[in-house]
Design a protein around this ligand. Structure first.
Ligand code: UD1
Ligand code: UDP
Length: 400
């Protein structure tokens, strides 16, 4: 009898990072055939991750070179994926998160009556316009999904409030923590000499990432905030691995590229980025993934957004929403740099997003969906440990 075929679709950097542990686990699981499909919504930033995790997708639609509008990406992804689905006839399609690629994968699969599994399901801000278009994408994927792999109890609660059945939801943790733990085992050096030199010092380091579409108008404000901070704190280094979106670069670069204590780099390979995050004093970001990773590393995060679909670390006190107003970003960063107590209060290692076993739980839940296995207990602080599971705590593994 043919094995059930699981098609994992991804196309951007964060999806690649978050599906990598699942694809690798599927490849080792002889109950399934695994097909990895990239839409190529990103190019260099995606290739970096594929290279890092040694994943060669079976298909790549190369979309980034062909289109750039939201509808362009979605329409090309739908038609390209439809052909692959028709040829491969998967039993399940895994769609991760909330990008244009993820939404297209879910819809293309649904049109062909394939079971959709939503990895990182149930994240919600409650505002359909923010983040844009991701909040709409995740809701659309949820509507067509047969199985919702929620990272946390909070995300499961969001789905329950929308009347999804409890039996169709598994709380698995976020696979980004699986990826982070794997990266922590790699032997990494920075390719950029300035970062290598910095790693040898005790200098304070503020790590900054920004790319959100709804922040593009405010991007120059974010750049101006970093400029003001860098000019005020000459003993502190500000590192900006800049997203390749030209709109981001054109807004941010003119504000900061002449300052000696600002290090601008291209997007860093995942191992170097996570090493830099571990070396940092604090993080300014509008990224989803970074909001999940930095708390595990005990790094305070000032999140340059007005809302978040990841409230767990905000409630734990390690992430603070500061919006995109220049003065607010500057004053909140100043407080963390000037006030030891304020800093210590936020610099707590918390792991609300995972324990490194999200991929294993995800595959077990998919096996149950396909009638070839049983689910594992849900991830959660209160979840009983599985028998025989005596792994060290996440923060111990990360050297905290
Ligand atoms: C996309 C996702 C967003 C996710 C982000 C992660 C959507 C609608 N948005 O946003 O949810 O948080 O990825 O980074 O799906 N570019 C390159 N090389 C690359 C990648 C991007 O040059 O490797 C440039 C291209 O000019 C591209 C632009 O960046 O057109 C924007 O890329 P796009 O995927 O449209 O949006 P992101 O802002 O990256
Ligand atoms: N990241 C990376 N290199 C960088 C910046 C970020 O590998 O230079 C990783 C980061 O560790 C996280 C992911 O990219 O796992 C987040 O991607 P991004 O911020 O582009 O997207 P989002 O998570 O906001 O969707």
């Amino acid at each position: 009898m043919a094995k059930p075929k699981i098609m994992t679709v991804y196309g951007t950097r964060p999806e690649a990072i978050k599906v990598a542990p699942v694809i690798k686990a599927l490849q080792l699981d002889n109950r399934f055939d695994s097909v990895a499909v990239s839409t190529g919504q990103h190019r260099e930033m995606l290739d970096q991750v594929n290279h890092m995790f040694e994943i060669n997708p079976d298909y790549d639609l190369g979309l980034m070179k062909k289109v750039s509008t939201l509808s362009g990406v979605v329409s090309m992804a739908l038609s390209g994926l439809d052909e692959i689905i028709e040829k491969e006839k998967p039993d399940v399609i895994i769609s991760q998160g909330d990008t244009s690629t993820a939404m297209s994968a879910a819809l293309a699969g649904f049109h062909r009556e394939v079971k959709i599994v939503h990895l990182e399901a149930g994240l919600r801000t409650g505002n359909i316009l923010s983040p844009f278009p991701e909040e709409a994408n995740r809701r659309i994927i949820g509507q067509v999904a047969a199985l919702h792999l929620a990272p946390t109890e909070t995300s499961k609660d969001n789905l329950r409030r929308e009347n999804f059945e409890s039996r169709d939801i598994a709380v698995v943790g976020n696979t980004v923590i699986d990826a982070l733990l794997e990266a922590a085992t790699w032997d990494t050096t920075f390719a950029d000499e300035r970062l290598n030199a910095l790693a040898e010092t005790n200098q304070r380091l503020v790590l900054v990432t920004t790319h959100r579409r709804e922040n593009l108008e405010a991007m120059a404000e974010i750049g101006a905030a970093v400029q003001e901070l860098a000019e005020a704190y000459l003993d502190t280094v500000f590192a900006l691995p800049l997203h390749l979106n030209p709109k981001v670069r054109n807004a941010v670069l003119p504000k900061v590229d002449m300052l000696d204590n600002v290090i601008i780099t291209d997007p860093l390979p995942y191992d170097q980025f996570t090493k830099l995050m571990e070396r940092s004093t604090l993080v300014l970001t509008d990224s989803g993934g970074v909001q999940e990773e930095a708390p595990s590393l005990g790094k305070p995060v000032l999140c340059m957004r007005d809302n978040t679909e990841r409230p767990e670390a905000v409630l734990a006190g390690t992430v603070k929403l500061v919006g995109t107003n220049r003065q607010r970003i500057v004053s909140e960063t100043r407080m963390l740099l000037d006030d030891e107590n304020a800093y210590a209060a936020m610099a707590q290692a918390v792991n609300p997003y995972g324990d490194g076993r999200a991929a294993v739980r995800s595959i077990a839940a998919i096996a149950e969906l396909l009638g070839v296995g049983e689910r594992l207990p849900d991830f959660g602080p209160e979840a009983p440990q599985e028998p025989g599971l005596d792994e060290p705590r996440l923060s111990d593994q990360l050297g905290e």
